[in-house]
Ligand binder design. Structure first.
Ligand SMILES: Cc1cc2nc3c(=O)[nH]c(=O)nc-3n(C[C@H](O)[C@H](O)[C@H](O)COP(=O)(O)O)c2cc1C
Length: 132
């Protein structure tokens, strides 16, 4: 499973660097228009819309939303009801599930949990790919 992520202040990038995931891609604000042709999950931090626009542009590009198996929101629980609102907005706009959430650059436990989620998805992907 490909892991695609966005990172403004580097926390999400740090999470990826300490994770076992190797098939990864960072969305950049300068060129979010990458056409993806394989199943992936998308990890996004939470900021006001003008900062996270590249993530929306990325998902709206070509068939990207169709290949997206789900979203992972990262944020800060001090924001209370605004916790991971970017992932929630994307979920609504693109009709995608939220698979997991964590704070900042994540803990060892977050890496373990997300790895489990990815493994479960991989076992279902063959079925889902048939529908693409
Ligand atoms: C200006 C600012 C606004 C933020 N707003 C929210 C928010 O509304 N909800 C939330 O869950 N996290 C919020 N965060 C926390 C970030 O989403 C969180 O720290 C995330 O891990 C940052 O990832 P990044 O370093 O990869 O950009 C905010 C952080 C900053 C600096």
């Amino acid at each position: 499973m490909k892991i695609i992520y966005f990172s403004v202040a580097g926390q999400t990038r740090r999470f990826i660097q300490k994770s076992p995931f190797t098939n990864t891609l960072e969305i950049t604000p300068l060129d979010p228009f990458k056409a993806i042709k394989e199943p992936f999950i998308l990890i996004t931090p939470t900021y006001e819309r003008e900062i996270t626009d590249p993530v929306f542009e990325f998902l709206a590009y070509e068939e990207n939303a169709r290949y997206c198996m789900g979203l992972v929101g990262t944020g800060n629980r001090n924001f209370a009801e605004l916790f991971i609102f970017t992932a929630k907005d994307l979920a609504k706009e693109f009709q995608l599930p939220i698979l997991y959430s964590f704070e900042f650059s994540g803990t060892t436990r977050d890496i373990e949990k997300l790895t489990e989620v990815v493994e479960q998805l991989e076992s279902q992907t063959i079925t889902r790919s048939n529908l693409l």
